[in-house]
Each structure stands twice: as structure tokens, then as C-alpha cells.
Design a protein around this ligand. Structure first.
Ligand code: GLC
Length: 696
């Protein structure tokens, strides 16, 4: 059951698109209908914030909040919804790049809350007081949804039904991608592809970071470094490679640059209170921000992607769209003035640190986000009131344009910043993580929360973005990454190079990355089913084994789709790990699609060895996992013959979904083949495809 309560004059975010079944209608239910276990104090004026309070039972767990720091169970910390460009994702932080205001409480009561409001929200999950959950919403209106139900997964499905179907990525985007901030030109990219092809390591995409552009100007390609861009895109396609360029939020201020000039002429950029364009600083230097919350400006910006589509590009990543502000020009001037004052003084301990703080605080200043405005739904709205919608707006711009320009074809699209609702237009990557072991685990822990909010196409920078990766870290991270829909190795300029060929053990990389292509039929099928059925692909164990108290505490294993569980190794020098099995499972210790050991394990705790070249997969009783024999790229994966990992006691029925991977229109049922395996080892496949299945 879902109830909607409306407080003040909320800003319409279009996060919720299916109203059916929501009690309270457009205006909202009356406050008396708020369940007794919640206390809501709603601020009346613009200055007063609102609070939702829940007293937690000692064992209540909290799941959700999408992309954020810390564990799967969010209890015990203070989180914020405040999209921020902050690349140091330590556990001391409160927010990352996204605002995903949905969480579930599982304990004395079982319910979920979605706060639909784009302004800043603080989620005190037992931080101030261990047993008190308090959601504090900054002044401005908001819509509160309360979802109740018996089972966690069912509540999530209900929420997903409300917010609309998830974005579908093209199938090629399930292949392995190599990226690096710093690939300079065609030759650098050819070298990446050559290394993969010559070493027999699969690859489907190479990402173009900001260096492909001419002076970091969106929708341009540097003519010197990429002299024949369309021909180069074609050359890559012939080798099975898709090039995926980055698009940044800021538009360079430069006379003669058409995007700048058109935007200015039409008033499509964000403006200050005095009506002049706001000036920020990002990669290109001085920029304006397109007002992607304004329908006309959004359409205009979205259609700009056409110039790259026309050159053969079929995938994009949207970046810096919190939006990141290296500086706001006005404040920078002020800061220079202050600096000049400091220069005149003899600095003491106080003034020195004040100066240092001022310098360090030049970027992403909350005060600067209060100095520009959007023309949103016919009203002038200050950016800080809608801050969390900017990445959503930018990605929606592209997504809507793709629907117009490429109505049939799926285009790859993912973003750094996001809000619930953006999941209909694109996926997200988890931003600028570091080559730290702790981040491997954190990336795993984010997956279920992201799935709850509809972000199914997601993954992290494998190997870590900042800092130096080591070979073992990359291998272990790939061991998780082979299961995430977005599987991309990406790193920052200035860090150690981390393409597989920078390290010694080519065979290990070939085998582990190869496993992705072996699991592809299963992963793609589970992704598509989750998308079409409003379900999750990555689930905490507690969602599948709600009666098992031990399962509720597991923070480093996940269920992946219907049939299996994963347990990546995330500690350096570990040659295995402890695993908890809520039920008897069959362990496959996989080294490649042809080489593995298998073992039956009873329910309980186990120490399972896993060398650097091994990946652990656990198959549930009466389930199968469909595998291919691999391939050098997604197109080459043959799904007419499937191998089945299996653990069948009586009967397993697997619904295997498959399609051509490019069509936007999907008929799930028509694409399903039912694979039935009986305990006598007989296999039957009926439905969409004629396939050969083999138990392995
Ligand atoms: C941002 C992105 C990162 C990219 C860099 C340069 O930090 O998050 O992925 O490499 O900008 O464009």
C-alpha cells in the first residue's frame, strides 16, 4: 500500500509517473492517515524545514539511499542528498554524486519512504541517537510517500512501478570497456584495441574522456588528434569496438562556438538574479550551464548530441553534472580580493588557517549554488532549491533527444549525478572512486540501493579511478565487475596506467574478463527481466532469506538475479574468504569458461579458497545459470548453444530472456525461453528460441 502526503508547495520532479494505486491522489492524503509509527513535523514557512521521525527497534535494518557511502544496511550514520563532486569517498562523507531519497526499514515495522524533494535532505539513520531515524528536509515543499508491505522486494517493486521503467542499455554495452582520462589521440586508442585483440582479451568499447574534444568544448572533436573522426569511428566498429565520448555540463564561453552562441541568443543558460548569465569554471575554463530544467533549453541541448550520433557514435557518458563548480567567477574575484588582503598582513595561526580554508573552499560552494536560477515550469527558481535535479535534467535532455533522433535504437547513456526518475533515461556510474580495497567493497554495497531506485545499468571504475592500482586489486575488482551491467576499467590522468597489459599475468586477465562473456546470457537475461518487471538484479541476502537473521548481517555477498550468489574477495593478499550460505548451495570456483572446480556446500559458514585467478559463484538449489562459450566481443557470443551450471534436486525452471539487444521496444514474454532441468538430468527448452542446452 502506498500513501502520498503533500506538504507546502513542492517542486514537481517527475520522479513518480504512475499514479495508479497511490492513496491520497494529487493533493495528498490527510495528515491523520500517517501511520502511527511515524511522526511528521512539517515546516510551514519557507524558512522552516520539516522532519519525519521513526523510533527504531534495536534490530531494525535500513536499506536504500542508492549511491552513497558505507554499508548495505544504512543504519548508524548521517547521509545527505546533496549531489556533490567530491572524489574522496571515505566513510566520513555524507553524500556522493546522487540524491536517491528512498529507503526501506525492516524490523518492528516493514515500510519504505520516498521523499520527493530536490532540495537538500538529511537522513539521520540513528546518528544523533542510536534508535532514532530522522529525515530532515530543507525548507520548501515536499511529497512524502509511505509504502507498506510484507516483503521487502515487493515494496521495492511497488516503488519501481510508481517511478516507471528503467533505462535499457544496448547489449553491446554489457561488454568490457576500457577507459582512461588521458588517451590523447587515435593512436592511443588503436593501441588499446590492438593490445586486447592480440592478447585475446575481449573488448567492446573504448571511452573517450575530455581529451577528444577541442579545448573541452562539448560536441566538438579535436581535428588534430582525431583528423578523420567518422572514419575512425567506422574503423573501430569494424574491429567490434564502440567509442563512447564524455559530455560535460558546462558550455565553454567562446565567441564563434555555436553551442555557446545559440545558447546565449536563446537565453538557454542559467542566469543570476540580475538576469545575466552565471559564469562558472570547469575544464574548458569559463562556462555557462545550460538550463536543462527548462523544457526548451533541455530539448536544444539534447539535440546537440546529434552531431556525434551522425558520426557513428552510439553511446555517451554525462559528467560534471552535479553540476561541479571548480569556481564561480564572482566568488573567485572576491577570493582574490581577500587573498590580496591576507598578503598585506603578517599571518598568525588564525589568519593563516582562515586563508587556507578560503582557498580550499573555492570549489562547489553551497553559497554559489544560491546565486543562479532556473526557468522551471514557468517559474524562476533558485538553483539550490532544485540542485539535485541537474544531472537528471542533463541526462533526460539526451534521453529525450535519442527517442526523437533514434526512436528504434538503444543508445548507451549513463551519468555521474542523478535523482530518482533519471533511471528512465540512463544509468549511472559510481563516480571517482580510488584504487583502494575498501572501495571494491563499497561498490558492491551500493548495488542493491541503486537497483531499488531503478538504476540497473550501473558499475564502478574497475581498478579504481584515483590513486595507483595494483595487479591484484584490478583482478579482484574485475572479479566483481564481470557481474555488473557496466563493466569498465577507468582511471585518472597522473595515476598508474591500469589497462590489463600494464601488468604481467595476461592469462589471468584473459580468463577473468572472458568470464564476463561466458556469463553474458544469464546477466543480460536477468538485467532485462529486472528492468521489465520493476525488479532488482542485485539483492542483499536479507531480501531473499527474510527469516534468516544471519543473512541480514551479510554485507559482502549479493544475490545476482534468480539463480546465484556472488562473494568477491576484497582484501589484499587474501587467498580466499569466509562466506555465509543461508541454504545449501553448489560452489563453482571458476578460472575460465572451461576450467573450474565444483563443490556442494551445506548451509552455514565456510572458508572458501579463491586465488587471484578465481571467481566464486554459488548456485541455489533447483536453479540453473546459463552460460555461453564466450567471445571476443558481445556480437561474437553465440547463444544458440548454452551450457548450464546447475544444482537440481527436483526440478529447475529458468526463464531465459534473449533479444537482438538493440531494439527499444521490448516484449519480455515473447523473448523468454523456458529451460527445464529435472533431477534425472533431462533438459528441455521451450519458447522463444530453439537452443541446444548442455549440463556442465
Ligand atoms: C571527472 C569524471 C572522470 C573523468 C574526469 C575527466 O572526474 O568523474 O570520470 O575522467 O572528470 O573528464
Amino acid at each position: 500500500m502506498v500513501k502520498r502526503f503533500r506538504f507546502g508547495r513542492p517542486i514537481e520532479t517527475e520522479a513518480v509517473v504512475n499514479e495508479a494505486g497511490i492513496l491520497g491522489g494529487r493533493v495528498g492524503a490527510s495528515v491523520q492517515d500517517i501511520p502511527g509509527f511515524l511522526k511528521v513535523t512539517a515546516g510551514t514557512g519557507m524558512e522552516e524545514g520539516s522532519t519525519v521521525i521513526y523510533e527504531m527497534g534495536e534490530r531494525d535494518a535500513i536499506y536504500g539511499l542508492g549511491e552513497n557511502v558505507r554499508g548495505i544496511n544504512k543504519r548508524g550514520w548521517l547521509y545527505e542528498s546533496n549531489c556533490t563532486d567530491d572524489c574522496i569517498h571515505t566513510e566520513s562523507k555524507h553524500s556522493l554524486y546522487a540524491a536517491h531519497n528512498f529507503f526501506l526499514v525492516d524490523g518492528r515495522e516493514r515500510f519504505a519512504i520516498f521523499v520527493d524533494a530536490p532540495q537538500k535532505i538529511v537522513f539521520d539513520m540513528g546518528f544523533q541517537e542510536r534508535s532514532r531515524l530522522a529525515v530532515k528536509i530543507a525548507p520548501g515543499g515536499f511529497v512524502l510517500y509511505i509504502l507498506e508491505g510484507d516483503d521487502l522486494r515487493g515494496i521495492v517493486r511497488e516503488f519501481r512501478r510508481m517511478i516507471g521503467k528503467s533505462y535499457l542499455a544496448p547489449k553491446w554495452a554489457f561488454g568490457y570497456g576500457q577507459s582512461r582520462w588521458g588517451y590523447q589521440n587515435e593512436e592511443d586508442i588503436r593501441e588499446v584495441v590492438r593490445q586486447h585483440r592480440e592478447n585475446g582479451v575481449p573488448l567492446d568499447s573504448v571511452y573517450l574522456d575530455i581529451d577528444y574534444m577541442e579545448q573541452y568544448k562539448d560536441f566538438t572533436v579535436d581535428g588534430e588528434r582525431f583528423p578523420e573522426f567518422p572514419a575512425f569511428v567506422k574503423e573501430m566498429r569494424q574491429q567490434g569496438i564502440h567509442l563512447v565520448p564524455i559530455i560535460d555540463a558546462g558550455v565553454k564561453i567562446e565567441e564563434g562556438y555555436p553551442v555557446y552562441e545559440e545558447g546565449l541568443e536563446n537565453g538557454y543558460f542559467c542566469k543570476k538574479a540580475d538576469g545575466t548569465e552565471f559564469v562558472g569554471g570547469v575544464w574548458p575554463g569559463r562556462v555557462h550551464f545550460p538550463d536543462v530544467l527548462n523544457e526548451k533549453a533541455r530539448r536544444w541541448f539534447g539535440l546537440k548530441y546529434q552531431v556525434l550520433l551522425e558520426q557513428g557514435i552510439d553511446g555517451f557518458w554525462n559528467d560534471m553534472n552535479e553540476p561541479a563548480l571548480f569556481y564561480a567567477e564572482e566568488y573567485l574575484k572576491e577570493a582574490f580580493g581577500k587573498l590580496a588582503d591576507y598578503q598585506k598582513q603578517e599571518l598568525n595561526i588564525h589568519s593563516f588557517f582562515a586563508m587556507k580554508e578560503m582557498l580550499l573552499g573555492v570549489s562547489n560552494r553551497p553559497e554559489d549554488y544560491q546565486t543562479f536560477y532556473h526557468d522551471y515550469q514557468g517559474e524562476k527558481i533558485c538553483h539550490d532549491q532544485v540542485h539535485n535535479l541537474y544531472g537528471y535534467g542533463m541526462t533526460r535532455a539526451a534521453g529525450e533527444a535519442f527517442d526523437e533522433l533514434k526512436p528504434e535504437q538503444r543508445i548507451l547513456l549513463f551519468s555521474r549525478a542523478s535523482y530518482v526518475g533519471m533511471h528512465r533515461y540512463g544509468g549511472v556510474w559510481m563516480g571517482d572512486n580510488c584504487s583502494w580495497w575498501s572501495h571494491l567493497l563499497m561498490n558492491l554495497q551500493m548495488l542493491p540501493g541503486l537497483n531499488m531506485c531503478g538504476f540497473l545499468y550501473t558499475g564502478a571504475d574497475l581498478g579504481g579511478f584515483g590513486e595507483d592500482a595494483t595487479e591484484d586489486l584490478l583482478l579482484r575488482w574485475l572479479g566483481l565487475g564481470i557481474f555488473t551491467p557496466l563493466m569498465r576499467n577507468h582511471s585518472a590522468m597522473g595515476t598508474r596506467m591500469q589497462e590489463f597489459y600494464r601488468f604481467g599475468h595476461v592469462d589471468d586477465f584473459r580468463n577473468i574478463i572472458g568470464l564476463r562473456y561466458v556469463f553474458l546470457p544469464y546477466l543480460y537475461s536477468e538485467f532485462m527481466k529486472a528492468a521489465m518487471r520493476d525488479d532488482m538484479m542485485f539483492l542483499p541476502l536479507a531480501f531473499v532469506y527474510p527469516e534468516d537473521e544471519m543473512a541480514a548481517g551479510v554485507e559482502d555477498q549479493l544475490m545476482v538475479g534468480e539463480s546465484m550468489m556472488i562473494a568477491p574477495v576484497y582484501r589484499q593478499n587474501a587467498r580466499g574468504r569466509y562466506v555465509y550460505l543461508p541454504e545449501e548451495m553448489k560452489l563453482y570456483r571458476m578460472r575460465s569458461g572451461e576450467d573450474w572446480d565444483e563443490e556442494m556446500l551445506p548451509a552455514g559458514h565456510h572458508y572458501v579458497p579463491a586465488e587471484l585467478n578465481e571467481v566464486l559463484v554459488f548456485v541455489r538449489p533447483d536453479h540453473v545459470v546459463v552460460l555461453s562459450s564466450g567471445g571476443g566481443c558481445v556480437e561474437k557470443v553465440d547463444t544458440s548453444r548454452l551450457d548450464l551450471l546447475h544444482f537440481v534436486k527436483t526440478e529447475a525452471v529458468y526463464e531465459w530472456y534473449e533479444d537482438d539487444g538493440y531494439q527499444k521496444k521490448v516484449n519480455l514474454e515473447a523473448g523468454i525461453t523456458r529451460i527445464v532441468v529435472k533431477s534425472d538430468k533431462s533438459v528441455r527448452a521451450e519458447g522463444a528460441r530453439k537452443i541446444e542446452c548442455r549440463l556442465v
